[in-house]
Design a protein. Structure first.
Length: 252
């Protein structure tokens, strides 16, 4: 795992089956910069926020990759602690600033950042490209370990597949050379991982089709067939993905 000089990881102490080792808060700054950008400051945990502030120093901007609670719970407390504006694609997760737009370029903490809208996991999901060194902060669109949930009904599979294809193009172009995910370790071989994600989704769709052919009639029944090898505690999350898959297949 190679963390670039422009980034520092502060991991929240909230590990579970959905967050893996915990939510990753990323502190970004150019070497020598007196200010920082904080991405996904995370849960409302005072010890975690104190650790983030110790790493971040003077926070110039806060960014949220998507609205899920483990990334945004502290939004008002962190604004109070730092006085920094917060920006996201979703207006409700902005503080004293406008929503971000796809392709927008930010020049902050000595870095050039580019907003990459990647809807699918959630409607408001975004990635952040650090153009200085090729790091792509992927939020929950690509995890450091395993695959992500399509959080139906907010999450939609068609746009998610398009987002994976877009990220793959960034990798092929050489713009994105590593992934800094919202959970799990840094990904130093991004092409292999993004190809696995695309292959995995195609395989799951085929499995869902087969389950329907063999008699499954409800999302839960599809889960019991397709995710039989997955711990039952994860079946509610799997059912969200199945509902997204069924919507996708119904639209074909």
């Amino acid at each position: 795992m190679t963390i670039p000089r422009t980034a520092q990881l502060v991991r929240a102490d909230n590990p579970n089956m959905m967050t893996l080792d915990g939510t990753n808060t990323w502190v970004l700054r150019a070497p020598g910069s007196q200010t920082s950008v904080v991405v996904d400051p995370g849960p409302l945990d005072e010890d975690h926020l104190a650790a983030v502030l110790e790493a971040a120093g003077d926070v110039e901007l806060v960014l949220y990759t998507h609205h899920h609670f483990d990334h945004t719970e502290c939004i008002d407390r962190f604004a109070q602690l730092t006085g920094a504006p917060a920006r996201a694609i979703g207006e409700e997760f902005c503080r004293d600033a406008d929503p971000l737009t796809d392709g927008e370029r930010l020049y902050v903490a000595g870095l050039a950042l580019e907003v990459v809208a990647v809807p699918g996991h959630t409607t408001d999901s975004m990635a952040i490209l650090v153009t200085d060194d090729g790091s792509l902060l992927t939020g929950d669109t690509v995890l450091g370990r395993g695959t992500t949930v399509i959080a139906w009904p907010d999450g939609v599979l068609g746009p998610y597949l398009d987002s994976l294809a877009r990220i793959r193009e960034l990798v092929l172009e050489g713009a994105a050379t590593r992934f800094l995910p919202g959970h799990g370790p840094v990904i130093d071989e991004p092409l292999a991982v993004i190809d696995y994600y695309l292959e995995h989704r195609a395989e799951r769709l085929d499995q869902v089709r087969d389950a329907l052919v063999t008699g499954a009639t409800t999302p839960r029944e599809v889960v019991e067939v397709v995710y039989a090898d997955v711990a039952e505690q994860l079946w509610p999350a799997a059912e969200m993905s199945v509902r997204a898959q069924l919507d996708f297949l119904n639209a074909e």
